[in-house]
Design a protein around this ligand. Sequence first.
Ligand SMILES: *[C@@H]1O[C@H](CO)[C@@H](O)[C@H](O)[C@H]1NC(C)=O
Ligand SMILES: *[C@@H]1O[C@H](CO)[C@@H](O)[C@H](O)[C@H]1NC(C)=O
Ligand SMILES: *[C@@H]1O[C@H](CO)[C@@H](O)[C@H](O)[C@H]1NC(C)=O
Length: 439
Amino acid sequence: MQCLAVCFVLAFCTAACALENGLMRTPPMGWLAWERFRCDTDCLMDPDNCISEHLFMEMADRLSEDGWRELGYVYINIDDCWSSMQRDSQGRLQADPKRFPRGIAHLAQYVHDRGLKLGIYGDMGTHTCGGYPGTTLDKIETDAQTFADWGVDMLKLDGCYSNSSYQEQGYPMMSKALNATGRPIGYSCSWPAYQGGLPPKVNYTLLAQICNLWRNYGDIQDSWDSVLNVVDWFFNNQDVLQPVAGPGQWNDPDMLIIGDFGLSMDQSRAQMALWAIMAAPLFMSNDLRTISNGARAILQNKLLIGINQDRLGIQGRRLIKEKSGIEVFWRPLDKGASALVFLSRRSDMPHLYKTSLKELSYKTGVYEAYDVFSERLLPQLKDSTEFGVSVNPSGVVMWYIYPVAEWKKEAGPGRFSKKLIGPKSHPHANEVDAPFLLL
Ligand SMILES: *[C@@H]1O[C@H](CO)[C@@H](O)[C@H](O)[C@H]1NC(C)=O
Ligand SMILES: *[C@@H]1O[C@H](CO)[C@@H](O)[C@H](O)[C@H]1NC(C)=O
Ligand SMILES: *[C@@H]1O[C@H](CO)[C@@H](O)[C@H](O)[C@H]1NC(C)=O
């Protein structure tokens, strides 16, 4: 009965709400060149880091040989600066002949041979942000077909050198054109980021119908300040953004910069934890050839990836913002489980934050929690048990938590706390089997 209700709602939504290419039922994972390698085209002076087939082949080798692919990191995505400055004689985009001498189709084959998928980049405007040829309205079908012919699996469509009326026409047109190629191609739309990311200028209902993921906000940079800026924007606007995410349709707070230069290990754990709470796409932008063991361990944490990839695809929320600089985030998960993240924005010393599950609106009961980073099972907790978590400065503590009694048995229809979800709740929220939360 309850499953019927859940299945019906999900099936209904598959037919009526999301883009119907069947892709990205959980947030896509992989590697994206931009943040780490930008528009470095100097293959003479910087051959190992320039945007070239060599770079993508090396990263594909690393994804397939160093355990990333098995964990779900399957997309290897090209960003700007891959193309020639001119289209070919038939008006098609072509790769830069010096940097991609064997062309994109060859690269796609190389990537597919390793069990990976290839993503490419275009721009809904006259030029890409880096000044390369853009996709004007008259070129949409040509470019979609070119990408499909090459065997591309995902397209990020940027929005430089464009305007709002042009984007309003172009982004839906590209969605149709990709569909018409007959090749399933994941579609990432930068459209909302160019329109301020919020209604009324952004229509998230429409976006969910035409795109698999979308960049809501500005580019991430390699610093903790940038991570916090992104986090603040997404959680300050959670009433708008949280309900629109779901299987096949994701908010994208941009790349993971873990393994680069700007984040400490604590800050790296924080980015990973908060991206999991946000049900965010996990696109690393780092150098997988030289990544440290510490960064690798964070990015390859199986439970953390499992939380990010939770089947229900419900985006989480910030529950509390304390004056002390502690913030608490929560995400409901499959089988009545949930994830909690305690973030410290302090800069003094580890802060002992005291609370109880009851104060975090959990229902009466006994719970078991597993510390995601220390990989320790914690002593059982009652909802009323006061506990303390010691949170490092600019770090997090993350728990995977589930009710002991209800963990195995069939639970009745769960209901979320109004206080947590709010009136603009996720369309699936009432159907989710989460018996342990307060009404
Ligand atoms: C194209 O859209 C239709 C629904 O309109 C869907 O059934 C089909 O799978 C889509 N094809 C591709 C390749 O995305
Ligand atoms: C929007 O951009 C297109 C393409 O460059 C241009 O033709 C059109 O005039 C622009 N519209 C506005 C309102 O600026
Ligand atoms: C947003 O898009 C949807 C789907 O295309 C449409 O039904 C709705 O009217 C739009 N909302 C606004 C406010 O324009």
